[in-house]
Every structure is written in structure tokens, then in C-alpha cells.
Design a protein around this ligand. Structure first.
Ligand code: ASP
Ligand code: MG
Length: 477
């Protein structure tokens, strides 16, 4: 457990994901965890939608656009799932029971009306966000009432009142300073009051600043809600975020590929961001950034074994425990583009022209490597962008000309070793080459990510699994 400086009161922001909110059993487990932590600290509880509900709501929105007859059925399913839960977890003679049923009924009615509205007006991302926010609204309200019915006094807050975002519907970005202001104005008086120990806040959505339209923060966005809350309260409390997940924490390699893996007990935000870049999808990628900015430590803990000593702690400081290489990761499916020409030397700005062209067309560049002779530039793109890039380059004024040769290899993977200090440590590159070479794996290109935290080798896809395992043996185990 992270030791917090004792000058400020401790406040833990806890995020429960959909896998913690599946059925009566998991709600019981959730409340046990909450009870346990409440003996030590004040809590802000952030909850996702019940498992599978966001998907159903997205489906409902899509089917509403096409006037499908299945809409009604989806809403009924959503109603039934929540209704069954309420029946199972809240004693029927309690006020909380009646209030929950009433809340559910009212919101399902609204949802049905919204579905009809979608059929009348043009589909819009704004309406989609509004519709999918109902998942969090329902689960969080029921959790609040469940806690109250068990004499854990808490309050329901809908996050559109306190999380301000831009208007990029579907993937909105929280406006940190605006949110911080409102959180301090609206939430702080409540939590600073000595008798209030906890509050329940919906994850995943916020609202635009000007016209208060509901926005969602991208899939898995409740993580980000928790991070924004902790960021905004860190000046008043000793905040920490605990993410309850269906995994023990971050691993040092992908268990689907690597034969051996182990849990990363301590890792810094910059290293964790590197892992996220290379495809580790345990947390919403932006929540790492927000917690790092706010200097808020966080923990990823295993919901099914809450007392376990095995979990991941993420901090701003880099923990130097003698291990330089923390993890081995990969991106399995990539394409590599090589633009070659003898005329690149006398033509300054070629690289910038390539990358502006691709950037303007929303192509994400995963790595870049250029030979010192400057007659070629090699870069990696998402496999799915391969056709588009081929088209863009071959039809461009400049690169379509015959003095440029464009090659695209669609059968590559990227493997990366990650750890703060990788690039300052002599011998690492040599060891990567030697390890791969001794195992007959040809390195097609090497690259350094945007940070100095990884060393990346590009190899043929057929060798990816093998490469991960031998690098793991050479550097970690
Ligand atoms: N319910 C949303 C989703 O499924 C947000 C979340 O789970 O964090 O993506
Ligand atoms: Mg979820």
C-alpha cells in the first residue's frame, strides 16, 4: 500500500468497472470492499455501467437509427437486468427499493422516447452519447441505493454536473481546469463535511462547457472520470485512485503471447504509458496522463481477491529496483512503408512532406526510422491504414513521381523492450540484436519511440511470438 504524507486527510477514489457490476454477487462483493475501505478513509466511488449494458445501449442507438423492430426488445432487456438486480440486492420493504424501481422506470421511459426521437431527427453522435450515458446512470443510482439500504450513507451524483469536456462526442476530452473548478465548488463542500464519508459518481460521461450536452469519454472512460476527480482534489486531500479490475494488475508481457509473465508491482506513469502505447489495455490511456499531471498515485487491484498482496502500484517517481527492463511488449499487426529515392539527399523537407500528407489524412505513425544515407525513410503504420497510405503516396504530386519507390510490407510486427533508462544503458541494443540473431530472427528496422523508454525492433510477423519469448528470457526472467 502506498504511504501517503500525513498532513492532509486521505481520500480514495475507487473505480468499479463493469466486471465488478455484473450481478447480485458482484454487487455484494463491491459493497464489502467499500465497507472495508471506509474504515480507513473517505471514498469517492466511481462506477461503470453494468457489464454488457454499454454495448446494448450502443446497439439500441444503432437500431433506432434504422428503425429496427428490435429496439423495444433491447430496452426491455436493459430494464429486466436492472430490475432483477434491484429485486435481489435491496430488501423490498425499504424506501430504497421503491425509489430504485421508480428511477429505473422513469429512465427506461426516457430511453424509449430518445429511441423514437432518433428515428425522427438525423442521427447524431450527441444523441448517441446521451443514450449510452444511461448505463452508468442506472448502475450508479442502484449502487447508491443499495449502499443506503445497508446503512452506508451516500449520495448519487451524475457526472455531467461536475466533469466538463470538449465537444468531441464519443471520445470527449475532459477539460481539467474547468472540471477542477466545478468539482471544488460542488463536490468539496459535501465531502469536507465530517459526517459524509462517501459519494457515488457516475463514470464515463461529462458535459460540454457551454451548452451542457452530455458527452462520453471513450470506451472504458470511467477510469478517466476517477482520474479527473483525484486530480481535482489532490490539493485538498491525499488522493489515491484504486481501479478494481478483473486482472491483478499490469503484467510485464502479454499473456496471450508470452509463455511466462509476471505482475509489475511498481511502475511509473511514464513507463505505464509506454505499455499502453504498445497495446496493454488495462486502463484508459488518458487516465495515466491525468494522474501523472496531478501526482496522484494509483493502484490496479484484482476485484475477485481484494485482500491480495499482488497488485500494481503506479507512481510518478520511477522506482529503481535494479531492473532496467520492466516489460516486453509487441504490436502484432503492423505495416511498414519505405519511401526510397536517390533524390532525397538534395531535397530537404521530404520527411516533413510525407508526414504532413499522412497526418492531414488521419494516418497514425507508429514508428519512424531513417537510414543515415538519407535515401530512404521507413515508418510503421496501423495495418488497417495500409491501403489508404499506398493510395495517398502513389497519387501524390511528389511521391507519385517515378523517382520515388514506395514499398509496403504488410507482414511485420513490432517488439519493444520497455523501461526508464533503456536508452542510456550501454549494451541493450547489442543484446537485443544478439538474442534475436542467435535465434535466426532478422531485424528489419529498429526505432526509438517518441520517448527514451523503449527500444523497438521491427521483425517479420511470423517471428513475433518467438521473439517475445526469447527477449523475455534474455531480459526479464
Ligand atoms: N461503460 C463504459 C464502457 O463499457 C465505460 C466504462 O466501462 O468505463 O466502455
Ligand atoms: Mg466497461
Amino acid at each position: 500500500m502506498i504511504e501517503l504524507v500525513p498532513d492532509k486527510e486521505e481520500l480514495i477514489v475507487m473505480k468499479f468497472g463493469g466486471s465488478c457490476l455484473q450481478n447480485a454477487n458482484s454487487f455484494e462483493q463491491t459493497i464489502e470492499i467499500i465497507k472495508n475501505y471506509l474504515t480507513k478513509s473517505k471514498l469517492i466511488i466511481v462506477s461503470s455501467a453494468m457489464k454488457g449494458i454499454t454495448d446494448k445501449l450502443i446497439d439500441f442507438y444503432k437500431k433506432s437509427c434504422t428503425e429496427s423492430s428490435e429496439c423495444e426488445q433491447i430496452v426491455t432487456e436493459i430494464y429486466n437486468i436492472h430490475r432483477k438486480l434491484i429485486n435481489q440486492i435491496i430488501v423490498s420493504k425499504k424506501d430504497e427499493f421503491t425509489e430504485s424501481i421508480e428511477f429505473l422506470r422513469k429512465n427506461i421511459e426516457e430511453l424509449t422516447q430518445l429511441g423514437k426521437l432518433v428515428r425522427l431527427i438525423r442521427p447524431s453522435l450527441h444523441i448517441q452519447d446521451l443514450i449510452i450515458s444511461y448505463g452508468e446512470k442506472l448502475s450508479t443510482y442502484i449502487l447508491t441505493q443499495y449502499l443506503n439500504s445497508k446503512n452506508i450513507t451516500t449520495k448519487f451524483i451524475s457526472s455531467h454536473e461536475i466533469i466538463i469536456t470538449d465537444d468531441n462526442f464519443g471520445n470527449a476530452l475532459p477539460l481539467l481546469e474547468d472540471s477542477k473548478l466545478i468539482i471544488n465548488e460542488k463536490l468539496v463542500p459535501f465531502i469536507e463535511n465530517g459526517s459524509n464519508r462517501t459519494v457515488c459518481i457516475t463514470g464515463f460521461y461529462g458535459a460540454t462547457k457551454k451548452d451542457k450536452k452530455i458527452t462520453t469519454l471513450g470506451r472504458g472512460g470511467s477510469d478517466l472520470t476517477a482520474a479527473v476527480l483525484a486530480y481535482s482534489l489532490q490539493h485538498l486531500f491525499n488522493c489515491k485512485v484504486v481501479y478494481w479490475k478483473d486482472v491483478k494488475g499490469l503484467l510485464d508481457a502479454d499473456p496471450k503471447i508470452a509463455k511466462k509473465t509476471s505482475l509489475l508491482r511498481n511502475i511509473s506513469y511514464i513507463e505505464a504509458k509506454e505499455l499502453a502505447f504498445f497495446g496493454t489495455k488495462v486502463l484508459h490511456p488518458l487516465c495515466l496522463d491525468v494522474c501523472e499531471k496531478g501526482n496522484v498515485p494509483s493502484e490496479i487491484r484484482y476485484f475477485n481477491d481484494p485482500e491480495s498482496k499482488e497488485y500494481t502500484t503506479i507512481t510518478k517517481e520511477i522506482v529503481r529496483d535494479g531492473k532496467i527492463i520492466k516489460a516486453i511488449t509487441s504490436i502484432y499487426k503492423l505495416s511498414m512503408v519505405t519511401v526510397e529515392s536517390d533524390t532525397m539527399v538534395p531535397l530537404p523537407g521530404t520527411a516533413s512532406k510525407i508526414f504532413s500528407l499522412l497526418g492531414d489524412n488521419n494516418v497514425n505513425i507508429v514508428f519512424i526510422s531513417q537510414s543515415s544515407s538519407e535515401n530512404n525513410i521507413t515508418f510503421g503504420i496501423d495495418f488497417e491504414d495500409s491501403m489508404k497510405v499506398s493510395f495517398l503516396l502513389r497519387n501524390s504530386e511528389l511521391f507519385g513521381k517515378k523517382w520515388f519507390r514506395i514499398k509496403i510490407n504488410n507482414d511485420i510486427s513490432l517488439v519493444a523492450i520497455i523501461g526508464a533508462g533503456v536508452l542510456h544503458t550501454p549494451g541493450i541494443a547489442g543484446k537485443v540484436f544478439m538474442t534475436l540473431g542467435n535465434n535466426n530472427i532478422n531485424v528489419l528496422a529498429i526505432a526509438q519511440g517518441s520517448s527514451e523508454l523503449n527500444f523497438t525492433a521491427i521483425i517479420e510477423r511470423q517471428n513475433c511470438k518467438k521473439a517475445i519469448n526469447i527477449l523475455y528470457d534474455a531480459f526479464i526472467s
